[in-house]
Design a protein around this ligand. Structure first.
Ligand code: BTN
Length: 327
């Protein structure tokens, strides 16, 4: 259904200054007048400002900030990521939709990108929710088929963090930190999280769904998140182009994955370590689901595990978890 709304919106964008007659639009899209009106109203419900009616013609009030595949494709200089795009105005979770695609007969080719303007059940790590306000953030999932053993998956998620980190710094002109393993922070507040979910055999990852949530143009965060989370707009006082950041992130991720396949883990651990203040010398407390580890960070293991020096001088390698306190 969303592809049909995308096509209508794209047609309206082709003639921003003059109203397009309802007759012409309906003909172009091959639909009846009532279907056209229904679709116009659905776009309006999603916040797209459209003036007019069937007989006067329709015109966009202003250029909408929508992640239209028709606008993304011509800008994307990747060979795999984003070659196949699904765009939703509303979906439960882009990760869940990607997983459903993989379960279907037609499947989802490597690089399939699922994008949503809004998620009704966006999921975060450790069973948390991901706040997914309409049109403000980037909520997307990329289907990867990395053909590597499962132990490399954490490293690939660090790679995704590096890719989005570089894209955000370049596009938004703001300093971004990476909190191990893959949260992006501006100042001390989180702007981006990554949820990677895989289907694997013991020695081969079949598919990895890399879900990215980035707070871009939110003008306020909900009260319960405001002390821990922010958006690029709140941090810089300006709006930012979601399409530009998305395109850069996918290009960076593709390059990084290519380098990883050629050069091995250092292709990811090195840029991660350069981009994160958590690499070395930070006092942290990290929870890994079973226990709490307190100590000082001592770099990344090639697997992506964080090395933490504890009070007795021993080094603990932490493979997964959440840094809950740091200084
Ligand atoms: C985290 O807890 O830090 C991870 C958040 C991941 C959120 C993204 S939004 C797009 C994709 N779909 C989801 O349901 N979650 C991820």
């Amino acid at each position: 259904m969303d592809r049909k709304l995308d096509n209508l919106l794209y047609s309206l964008m082709q003639s921003m200054t003059v109203a397009v007659s309802g007759e012409k639009l309906a003909r172009e899209l091959g639909v009846s007048h009532s279907t056209l009106i229904h679709r116009v109203n659905r776009l309006r419900d999603h916040g797209v400002e459209i003036r007019g009616e069937l007989f006067t013609g329709f015109r966009l009030e202003r250029l909408p900030d929508v992640l239209l595949p028709q606008l993304i494709r011509p800008r994307l200089r990747t060979s795999i990521l984003g070659k196949n795009i699904y765009h939703f105005y509303e979906v439960n979770s882009t990760n869940d939709f990607a997983r459903r695609l993989l379960g279907h007969g037609t499947g989802a080719p490597e690089g399939t990108l699922v994008l949503a303007e809004r998620q009704t059940a966006g999921r975060g790590r450790m069973g948390r929710n991901w706040f997914s306000e309409s049109g403000s953030g980037l909520y997307f999932s990329v289907v990867l088929k990395p053909r590597v053993p499962a132990q490399y998956v954490p490293l690939l998620t660090l790679g995704a963090a590096v890719a989005v980190h570089d894209a955000v710094e370049r596009c938004a002109g703001v300093d971004v930190d990476i909190k191990w393993p893959n949260d992006l922070l501006v100042g001390k507040r989180k702007v981006c999280g990554i949820l990677a979910e895989m289907q694997a055999e013991v020695d081969n990852v079949q598919t990895l769904i890399m879900g990215v949530g980035l707070n871009v143009n939110h003008q306020a965060m909900p009260d319960e998140l405001a002390d821990r989370a922010t958006s690029l707009r709140l941090a810089t006082g300006r709006r930012h182009s979601r399409i530009e950041i998305l395109v850069e992130s996918l290009e960076e991720l593709e390059k990084l994955l290519e380098r990883f396949h050629k050069e091995g883990p250092s292709a990811i651990t090195e840029p991660w370590s350069r981009s994160s203040s958590f690499t070395e010398g930070r006092s942290i407390e990290v929870r890994d689901g079973f226990r709490s580890i307190l100590g000082v960070t001592r770099g990344l293991h090639p697997s992506g595990a964080l090395r933490v020096e504890q009070a007795d001088g021993s080094i603990e390698e932490v493979y997964s978890g959440d840094v809950i306190r740091w200084s």
